[in-house]
Design a protein around this ligand. Structure first.
Ligand code: ACO
Length: 708
């Protein structure tokens, strides 16, 4: 879609309201009222067959009667009138249908919604909604919503899937003096979705921060692509409801069963540089701060406090939210020497003690902001009897005014009624002041996280890794011809080797003699595994024997495997027994990649082995993943210290594990027929010694069919 076309949505020359009504109880009345009261810059055309007048505008009986361009038609007529109204809009050359009407896919009327979009597209129109409360655009002063009105212009754009919450947000933004550049209700997202709107807002000079409220992700691959690029230039905050897991993703693999939908969402948002807020209040605090605070020029923040206790709390909060504290002690001592009372501490937190005055605070913060190596300020204050609160309020305002455009600063104040009132007043003026130290540092942490993303380089280190797609497809096709949607162990190994993964040596034996010879070729100890398309879970069927040290153990194991597999599944066809090198111990990890229902190709990394299901210590990224992203995935699991080496162990070969993640991610991104690939375990050895893919499982879609 062209920018020009989207511009007609945000800066329309004329807006028709089909279903405008003189009845104040109707949505069609409220929308016209808001458009008039917001001072919309273009032409307003209320449409109602009964005609009449509304807010000084004569109603037109039909859109055909309107002279002049109509870029948006807001549809506020019952669902069974929507198609006719849309056809009328098509004939008039409307660019966008803003369909407020409910009664489409949200109640199962998928057909009606499809018809609406098809009709719109046939006339070159785009559809926002249906099932929405409308759109607000500050650039054209257009409030075409049925919200409470009074939206303040500003620098935050809100895109919301929830109607009710979106409307409630209007009131909240007004009461918190939060200015908006745009507010768009996307409802059923039948046509225009978050990605379309984000793409437009990314280049909107008035929008500094985008707040997304998402209930469900559709076309997640496109959303990820868009977010990855938008967060290079703007702050993006997301609130997503539905933290509970989306039912069982057919637990055909760990990668699928470990992927609680919300965990995947969380990780992918992090990958995209999007800040995920836990609550609406947190999101509001973040976007408010992000829309007004300057970007820091470095990582080091300084806490100035009059209380030791809250100083410690703030230090904890800094750790939690990733805010680094300035730590050059001699410089701290000299910087604060002139303001520090006898009992104070110039260590960071800089503790001015309970006898500090407003001036002490002001001089301390001036000292912080006077230094180019101190990049952000956190001012904490506990109400004391020695302190003149009014004087403090004045000081706080003046400090904020002095530094608001140069360095980020947040305030947290604790005390009684006077302090509470002060907080309320200052917040209305837009001063970042909070009644809780964690809230204050949470907003600073959000700024830091987003800032790190903004300055991240997109340049990928090293040559890109390519995967031999044609060779791998040949293996899949062979198996597909046998009607299978999964690969047998030796076929999966073939794919893994083609991918460039290091596998244990393996030889397929079809009789006992061959098994003994294979073991001798490979060298003891060996592992033996059944190969049968009828047995997927080999261990459960007694189809695996480990650590076989000599010929007689190989003979016994061969017989035992065949016996117990046939007992487990009497009609199983056993193609042979695979004799495999017994791999040395290392850190057992799991690497997987699959097609996620929401996000498309997704890669996973985690602690592997038999405890994988219990520990669920995994991380996800949208694939393909870059080298940096693969290393971040590895670094983000709880068991990461095992890879760094614990108790005097050597650091493990993290680079080789990252390489395996990149290869698997690229494979599922390029071979969409592979629904799941999983290596468990991927044994990671000491630095420089690489990894070994011990067990590889691959599921794929046969032509027109499903994965097994
Ligand atoms: N062209 C122009 N006007 C028309 C047409 C037409 N083709 N057909 C009907 N009208 C007029 C009607 O005569 C009426 O005007 P009147 O008051 O002068 O008689 C007006 O349009 C509205 O039609 P009604 O039949 O009265 O419909 P009503 O306003 O009750 O409901 C609505 C329409 C609001 C679209 C309803 O069907 C609906 O979908 N409501 C839910 C909306 C919603 O909640 N959306 C999600 C928002 S987000 C959230 O959840 C908060």
């Amino acid at each position: 879609m062209t920018r020009e076309s989207m511009d007609r949505l945000f800066n329309p020359r004329g807006v028709a309201v089909i279903g405008a009504s003189t009845n104040p109880a109707k949505i069609g009345y409220r929308i016209v009222e808001n458009m008039v009261k917001s001072g919309y810059a273009g032409q307003i055309y209320p449409i109602n067959p009964k005609k009449g007048e509304i807010f000084g505008h004569s109603m037109h009986a039909s859109l055909a009667d309107v002279d002049g361009p109509v870029d948006i038609a807001v549809l506020s007529v019952p669902a069974d009138h929507v198609l006719d109204a849309a056809a009328e809009c098509g004939a008039k050359g409307v660019a966008h249908l803003v369909v407020v009407t409910s009664g489409f896919s949200e109640i199962g009327n998928l057909e009606g919604e499809k018809e609406l979009v098809a009709l719109a597209h046939a006339h070159g129109m785009r559809v926002l909604g249906p099932n929405i409360f409308g759109i607000y655009s500050a650039s054209s002063r257009l409030d075409a919503t049925f919200g409470p009105g009074g939206i303040l212009p500003g620098h935050v754009a809100i895109i919301t899937q929830s109607g009710a919450l979106g409307i409630a947000m209007i009131g909240k933004t007004a009461s918190e003096s939060l200015g908006l550049s745009a507010l768009i209700s996307v409802g059923n997202k039948s046509d225009l979705d978050e990605a379309d709107l984000l793409t437009y807002l990314a280049d909107d000079p008035e929008t500094r921060v985008v707040l997304l409220y998402i209930e469900g992700v559709r076309n997640g691959e496109r959303l990820v692509r868009t977010l990855r690029s938008v967060t290079r230039g703007k702050h993006v905050v997301v609130i997503k409801s539905g933290r509970s897991a989306r039912g069982a993703m057919a637990a055909a693999s760990h990668t699928g069963s470990l992927a609680g939908a919300d965990d995947v969402f969380d990780d992918i948002m992090r990958q995209c540089g999007v800040l995920r807020a836990e609550s609406v209040q947190e999101a509001f605090d973040w976007v408010r701060f992000l829309s007004s605070a300057p970007l820091p020029s470095g990582e080091d923040a300084v806490i100035v406090t009059n209380g030791g206790g809250i100083g410690v709390l703030a230090t904890d909060a800094c750790e939690k939210y990733g805010v680094r504290l300035y730590d050059n002690q001699p410089v701290l001592a000299s910087t604060f020497a002139s303001v520090m009372p006898e009992f104070g501490s110039s260590k960071n937190p800089v503790d001015l003690t309970g006898q500090a005055t407003g001036e002490d605070y002001a001089r301390s913060l001036d000292a912080v902001f006077g230094r180019s190596d101190m990049h952000a300020g956190i001012a904490l204050y506990c109400e004391t009897a020695l302190f003149d609160t009014q004087q403090f309020e004045a000081f706080l305002r003046s400090v904020y005014e002095r530094y608001r455009v140069t360095k980020p600063i947040v305030f947290a104040l604790f005390g009684g009624e006077r302090i509470e009132t002060m907080i309320r007043e200052l917040r209305t003026e837009g001063v970042p002041v909070f009644g809780d130290v964690y809230e204050a540092i949470s907003v600073l942490g959000a700024l830091y996280r987003s800032w790190r993303r903004l300055k991240e380089s997109d340049v990928e280190e090293g040559p890109p890794i390519s995967v031999p797609v044609a060779e791998i497809r040949r293996v899949l096709q062979r198996a597909g011809k046998e009607g299978r949607g999964f690969l047998l162990a030796h076929e999966a190994a073939e794919v893994a080797l083609a991918l460039g993964l290091c596998m244990p040596r393996a030889i397929l034996a079809t009789n006992l003699d061959e098994a003994v010879r294979a073991a001798e070729t490979i060298g003891y100890p060996v592992v033996m595994k059944v190969v049968s398309k009828d047995i997927v879970h080999k261990s459960d069927a007694g189809g695996v024997a480990l650590n076989l040290e000599n010929q007689s153990e190989v003979v016994d194991a061969y017989q035992a495997i065949v016996r117990s597999c046939l007992r487990h599944k009497p009609d199983a066809v056993i193609e042979g027994i695979e004799v495999v090198e017994m791999v040395r111990a290392g850190v057992e990890t799991i690497v997987g990649a699959r097609q996620d229902a929401s996000f498309g190709p997704v890669a996973m990394f985690g602690l592997g082995g038999i405890y994988v299901e219990v520990m669920k210590d995994v991380s996800f990224r949208a694939a393909p993943v870059s080298g940096r992203e693969a290393r971040e995935m590895i670094g983000s699991i709880r068991s990461y210290p095992l890879l760094l080496g614990v108790r005097g162990e050597k650091r493990k070969d993290i680079g080789a594990a990252a390489d395996a993640i990149i290869r698997l991610g690229r494979l599922v991104a390029e071979c969409r027929e592979i629904s799941d690939i999983e290596i468990n375990p991927l044994v990671v050895y000491d630095y420089g010694e690489g990894v070994k893919a011990v067990d590889v499982r691959i599921l794929f879609h046969t032509q027109g069919g499903d994965a097994a």
